[in-house]
Write a protein that binds this ligand. Structure first.
Ligand code: PEP
Ligand code: MN
Length: 365
């Protein structure tokens, strides 16, 4: 008999549980609708005064056996869970995300498709040092059918006493050579004040790793109608990298490409640690073209070819690599730049691997 009584009471408790469940879900749905209505009217979702009123009403009507404190605690949990639901509903879908735009962004510059059907090689010296130096690389580009030339005119160096770049003079050299050889030029700009001028000289503005979270620079570049290559910050998470790109798109500039260039870890065998999984991840999460800079990530000539192959194999839209006519006397990154013959050897190996098809056929229309 006693046993039957326990069973009956348990059944009653089950019944009440289900009623509570039904009620809190009904409540949650109502809160969701309210949230949508508030959003429409531009009213803030959370109203602390309203929450206070609800708690007071509950405590006033509390006949126990729960204490007032327990009632407050229980209902605060319910309020919070409903509010969290509202937040999920209102969570902004990022402009850079695949959810927002399922199809790939393709950026076409001088007939070169960044993020198009075939991967692109972005190559050139670390720094623009002279017309002759850049011209030597450009002539090889033309011989090898390459279309994209990089070179730094403003160099964000670790030490203020190191070569800082030729500045506008460097941009002028890039402009002259870009026009002469019909090459797409890429160069880093480090301050908003130089952006307008830079758009007249170079085809793609690079935002370097050290400036990935320079939000004023990101916003300023976002207000341009000019292609941008954004490099991953020295220790930036993927989320921070994606938000940095979102800064640019949020200001209206949709011509953004990303570049994985290695991140700082405890490993010292390479200059940085190339985060290869970042490539498929960024391709999944965003619709932007993704490149892999093998020079700054590894800092080692012997690793450029295998890491370039890896980058292409995991779906990158191209590779960035530094090449200099005489790396031993380069004014920056002397240790890791390739000579022109060594660069051509890497190119041959990549072509032989089938991962890279070259650009002459795909882009010179
Ligand atoms: C560069 O590409 O010239 C450069 C300085 O790279 P990062 O910003 O990735 O260090
Ligand atoms: Mn460099």
């Amino acid at each position: 008999m006693a046993h039957d009584q326990i069973e009956t009471m348990r059944k009653q408790i089950d019944e009440i549980n289900l009623q509570i469940l039904d009620l809190i879900n009904k409540r949650a749905a109502l809160v969701q609708d309210l949230g949508k209505e508030k959003l429409k009217q531009g009213v803030n979702g959370f109203d602390p005064e309203r929450e206070r009123q609800m708690l007071n009403l509950l405590v006033e009507n509390n006949n126990g056996p729960f204490s007032d404190n327990t009632v407050r605690h229980l209902f605060k949990q319910i309020f919070q869970a409903s509010l969290d639901l509202q937040k999920d509903d209102n969570k902004k879908v990022l402009l850079v995300s695949r959810k927002k735009k399922p199809e790939d962004t393709v950026i076409t510059v001088k007939g070169v498709e960044f993020g198009g059907a075939e991967p692109i090689m972005i190559a050139g010296p670390c720094s623009v040092e002279s017309y002759e130096q850049v011209r030597a690389v450009a002539e090889n580009h033309v011989k090898r059918g390459l279309r994209v030339l990089r070179g730094g005119a403003y160099k964000p160096r670790t030490s203020p006493y190191d070569f800082q770049g030729l500045g506008v003079q460097g941009l002028e050299i890039l402009k002259r050579i870009g026009d002469e050889f019909n090459l797409v030029t890429i160069s880093e700009i480090v301050t908003p004040a130089d952006l307008e001028l830079a758009t007249q000289y170079i085809d793609v503005i690079q935002i370097g790793a050290r400036n990935m979270q320079n939000f004023e620079l990101l916003k300023a570049v976002g207000r341009l109608n000019h292609p941008v290559l954004l490099k991953r910050g020295l220790s930036a998470t993927i989320e921070e990298f994606i938000y940095a790109a979102e800064y640019i798109l949020s200001e209206g500039n949709t011509q953004v490409m990303l570049c994985e260039r290695g991140i700082r870890t405890y490993e010292k065998a390479t200059r940085n640690t190339l985060d290869i999984s970042a490539v498929p991840l960024l391709k999944q999460e965003t619709h932007l073209p993704v490149f892999v800079d093998v020079t700054h990530s590894t800092g080692r000539r012997d690793l450029l070819l295998p890491t370039a192959k890896a980058g292409l194999a995991v779906g990158s839209d191209g590779i960035m690599i530094e090449v200099h006519p005489d790396p031993d006397v380069a004014l920056s990154d002397a240790k890791q730049q390739l000579t022109i013959p060594a660069f051509n050897e890497v190119l041959d190996q990549l072509l032989a691997s089938g991962l890279y098809k070259g650009e002459a056929a795909v882009s010179r229309r």
